[in-house]
Design a protein around this ligand. Sequence first.
Ligand code: SAH
Length: 257
Amino acid sequence: MSNENKTIHEFDISLICEYFSSTERQGPGSPEATIKALSFIDNLTPESRIVDLGCGTGGQTMTLAQNAPGQITGLDLFPDFISRFNQNATKLNLQERVGGIVGSMDDLPFQEEELDLIWSEGAIYNIGFERGLTEWRKFLKTGGYVAVSEASWFTETRPAEISEFWMAAYPEIDTIPNNVAIMQKTGYVPVASFILPENCWTDHYHAPQISVQEAFLKKHAGNTTAEELVAFQRHEAQLYAKYKAYYGYVFYIGKKI
Ligand code: SAH
């Protein structure tokens, strides 16, 4: 199978973790986009319970913590990301309010109606947008918020090359109005949605990978899987440059009623 037909899920997990644990973010986003999404959420207090699902090494979680009150738990499937997350929290002196735990977003260790805010950037695709919104809702208090970013189509139709790429990677990718309708159908008032600016991909996601790729290839010289992983990431960045008019990441903010 050529690397271009592979999806990211088919690479060796420990190699993916090693590759991404050296970058600040594991998906498109920026501190400005996190703060903008936060601006649609009211009523947070120092007692608020906030979780960040699929937090990775915590780039966006630390921004959240610096801009919102409350106790924040980051949850991710991969222990290496969580160790890095907890080191980052300590470095920023946020360890009293921010803690990372290993867990899965399809089996959350929280009580029903315990949470004020569920955050998830570039991660809900792991269980699917509709399933995530549906299953996570019971953990929120009435009046609590969900804020997730998700890859979305900008247009009704799109060129075959990019359509095929996404159908292999994540066939549930949908248009913005369809995702807003899903949010409403699953029991939230859609409060806001906005497209993440291009710099969330270029400056904050693709550019920091360039030096990581060089070091990674040197370290794993001759390892075909490592070479294919880098080729896949480069291909993904090239596709974005070519087809960014047709898709991007969108933040969706909803309130449980
Ligand atoms: N939110 C971070 C990371 C996004 S990448 C950022 O924006 O930078 C997606 C993350 O989801 C990865 O860290 C991956 O380890 C995590 N993940 C994948 N499947 C998961 C699951 N079932 N439960 C929790 N986290 C998961």
